[in-house]
Design a protein around this ligand. Structure first.
Ligand code: SER
Length: 316
């Protein structure tokens, strides 16, 4: 039987591209996009779309029943930087939405759940280089706390209630279709827009702040890859470390300058510097590579080429 899929948070950075990918794989009639508002008209107007409030169990359940959904991708969340401004709202959205979906699976309304975790589960006491899967996790952001405790709940629902939940710890995601919102790694997307529009960018992180990053195409491959894998191969039911590349603002600027020599970067670190300082510089994702054969494709220069090419088309 074909999967019937619901994407919650389909208007967002990852949700939108996941929607396009799943529609082309499973057919438009089998993929329902949903969000709290009509904020991304490319998604709203290109297939099945429903307004769903991820914080409201009845709202999610109604949509699941209406379309006989069996698989949910829960992509709605408040990210690290916005979460520091609205700590209680971040906690409420990120935790309530997860419980709603896990409880629908526990009650057998749905069979399979994807829930994204993040490098934000790590904190200043975590080893920063090539951070292992199993290590000290003392996150200092509200967002990171929701992701860490969310991972524990995913594993708990798998162990106690046999819920088939799968998760990866995304690094910063670089994409050109939909802008990210409210994250600490957002600079690595903004920089390409500003390079093309104004030939300069004022970065909110210091030049040597190294963070784990990934191109959207790789992130979507990973997401679809873990969901398609044989259930026996998914040995970690909290969340998998996932990695592609790591770079600093200075390095991404140098990569852009290869195409736009007149591009200038300046640095004005703000409160997001502290968040970035608390996260790993690079990630050891050997379990994902071993268990469900994950591999990334895009290098920094390949990302830069794609970003400048696609955004240039958008702006001209
Ligand atoms: N990209 C996210 C953020 O910066 C990390 O998961 O908040």
């Amino acid at each position: 039987m074909n999967s019937k899929i619901l994407i919650i948070g389909a208007c967002g950075q990852i949700g939108s591209e996941l929607t396009f990918r799943l529609r082309s794989q499973y057919g438009d009639e089998n993929v329902v996009a949903s969000d709290i508002s009509y904020s991304n008209l490319d998604i709203v107007n290109s297939g099945l779309f429903e307004i769903v409030d991820a914080k409201d169990y009845a709202s999610v359940k109604t949509c699941v029943e209406k379309f006989k959904i069996d698989t949910v991708y829960l992509m709605a969340a408040m990210l690290s930087a916005t979460g520091e401004k609205y700590p209680m709202e971040a906690w409420d959205l990120n935790m309530t939405s997860l419980f709603n979906v896990l409880n629908l699976a526990k009650a057998n309304f749905i069979k399979k759940v994807f829930w994204p975790s993040s490098i934000a589960v790590f904190g200043p006491t975590t080893p920063t280089d090539y951070t292992p899967q199993y290590t000290i996790m003392e996150p200092t952001t509200v967002y990171g706390m929701t992701k860490q405790v969310g991972e524990r709940w995913c594993e708990y629902y798998f162990n106690k209630f046999n819920v088939d939940v799968r998760s990866i710890r995304y690094p910063g995601i670089i994409s050109w279709k939909t802008l990210p919102g409210g994250g600490t790694t957002d600079y690595a997307v903004e920089i390409y827009h500003e390079a093309l529009k104004n030939k300069k960018y004022s970065c909110f992180l210091k030049e040597d702040t190294k963070l784990p990053m990934m191109f959207m195409d790789d992130a979507i491959e990973a997401t679809v890859g873990i969901m398609m894998a044989d259930p026996e191969s998914i040995k970690i039911r909290s969340s998998y470390n996932l990695a592609a590349i790591s770079f600093t603002p200075k390095e991404i600027a140098a990569s852009i300058k290869k195409h736009l020599p007149e591009f200038e970067i300046t640095y004005q670190p703000d409160y997001r510097q502290d968040i970035a300082n608390s996260w790993p510089k690079s990630i050891n994702d050997s379990y994902a590579r071993q268990d469900w054969k994950w591999k990334h494709k895009f290098s920094l220069d390949a990302i830069t080429e794609q970003m400048l090419f696609q955004l240039d088309k958008k702006y001209n």
